[in-house]
Design a protein around this ligand. Structure first.
Ligand code: SF4
Length: 450
């Protein structure tokens, strides 16, 4: 079997019910539009939360530039956080002509002796993939020489966008890390959390609930991940895909190879958090655990409802437009509905087919699924009389123009809106936005226009 994953196979995902839709690999740019991050960007986003690993980009310096230091959430790893180091071989014209393999081997040796990582992820780029550097061979030799896993990640930018890059990262982890170490002990309630990158610390909001129930997170790919833990992931009883489905190929293959079943859930909002925890307990299939979970949910929901009382009046009758990406199209919509806010439109521009189905389910027949939010959102705000726009920073000006409240819900935000506590944080932010007079003031006509 070739060590390199086949892109065609990764795009043909039998575990996805929308598998029959037409597939395209490369991003096809349209004039005047940027096309978002490339595959290497997606691969790094997926693997960066392994802060105890070094991340080495084998290619020109510029390939590193787009993704380095994009990760704001810290780590609970007590050692040095290597995510912030930004390693690259920075190959030159000589390497292109005579091969960059030697430079790569030297770079790995330098990193291992100076930074002592638990593993080195080596990312191929368009240039090194095209000149044919043998990443697998160099990584294999480096692993033997240094005694730590050196993992080739075959995600050069030309194969496609970020989502495919995440899949390729999952593939690399499955081939080179999972199953290479035995856990010191196992429990009947060991799970792997897959696909939660712990953006803004979402995982830290719901993991204490799992801990309280006695559900042990054996490993994560990759929220606040540890290399030694992901190597033991084959001993888990259940794989839990959190929100995004980009890593569904990984969980399907782990089911085939190790017999680990998988479920998918979200931890945004009250309903989804309760449903998610209960789905895990039910999948683990222990009657006492299910009963404990029921009690914990009842306690947490009651506590949440009590703390939401002051917000209910502020949100009564309010309408929101949501312009964010991927699974957030429905997961944040669900959280807003839990607060009593009507979601009149959500953007599905960067969502998967599965996300679109869920968005329709949450918004109902009347809700608008925006495919070109940049041009649609202002019109929809006018038509529906929306009071609130939740989006990324660039949409702030739409909110100002329309004199409605704005809240940033993209990855630049610093707070977590995950689980029960996160819903309270979201409620507080929305209340502050709705009651902030600035949006009405800056939207007024200038004195000379009156
Ligand atoms: S598209 Fe290729 S050259 Fe451009 S950043 Fe991505 S890997 Fe590098």
């Amino acid at each position: 079997m070739s060590a390199k994953p086949k892109i065609k196979d990764l795009l043909d995902e039998s575990a996805c019910e929308h598998n029959k839709t037409k597939k395209a690999t490369c991003n096809t740019p349209t004039p005047g539009a940027t096309t978002g991050g490339c595959a290497i960007d997606g691969a790094q986003i997926a693997l960066f939360p392994f802060a105890d690993a070094a991340h080495l980009v084998h290619g020109p310096m510029t390939c590193l530039g787009g993704s380095w230091e994009t990760r704001l959430t810290g780590t609970s790893w007590t050692g040095r956080d290597l995510t912030q180091m930004g390693f690259t071989t920075d190959i030159n014209i000589n390497d292109v002509v005579f091969s960059g393999e030697e430079r790569l081997a030297e770079a790995i040796a330098y990193i291992v002796s100076n930074y002592s990582p638990q593993a080195v992820f080596v990312y191929s780029t368009c240039v090194t993939a095209l000149i044919g550097d043998d990443l697998d061979l160099v990584c294999k030799q480096a692993s033997a020489q240094h005694g730590i896993p050196c993992v080739p990640v075959h995600a050069p930018g030309f194969v496609g966008g970020k989502n495919l890059g995440s899949r390729l990262a999952g593939e690399a982890v499955l081939r080179h890390l999972v199953g290479t170490l035995e856990p010191e002990e196992t429990t009947p309630f060991d799970i792997n959390l897959i696909g939660d990158h712990n953006v803004t610390g979402d995982m830290w909001q719901y993991k204490p609930l799992l801990d309280e129930l006695g559900i042990r997170v054996l490993s994560t790919l990759s929220g606040d991940g540890r290399i030694s833990q992901i190597r033991t992931a084959h001993r888990a009883r259940l794989n839990v895909i959190v929100c995004a489905k980009a890593l569904v190929s990984l969980t399907r293959k782990m089911h085939e190879q190790y017999g680990i079943p998988w479920i998918s859930c979200s931890f945004y909002g009250k309903r989804d958090t309760s449903n998610g925890i209960m789905a895990i307990a039910e999948a683990l299939g222990d009657a006492a655990l299910i009963e404990r979970t029921r009690q914990l949910i009842a306690r947490e929901e009651a506590r949440l409802e009590e703390r939401l009382v002051p917000y209910r009046q502020v949100f009564a009758g309010k309408k929101a437009v949501l312009n964010t990406g991927g699974n957030k199209a429905w997961s944040i919509a669900s959280a807003l509905q839990d607060l009593g806010i009507e979601v009149v439109a959500t953007s599905v521009r960067k969502s998967t087919e599965d996300d679109k189905v869920k968005a329709r389910e949450y918004l109902g027949e009347k809700g608008v699924l925006m495919t070109t939010p940049a041009t649609q959102q202002a019109k929809i705000i006018d038509e529906t009389g929306a009071d609130l726009l939740l989006a990324g920073g660039r949409s702030l000006y739409t909110a100002i123009k329309k004199r409605i409240a704005f809240t940033d819900v993209n990855q630049e935000k610093k707070k977590s809106y995950g689980a029960y506590n996160g819903l309270l944080t979201l409620a507080e932010d929305l209340k502050n936005s709705l009651q902030n007079p600035v949006f009405a003031l800056v939207g007024r006509k200038a004195p000379w226009e009156k």
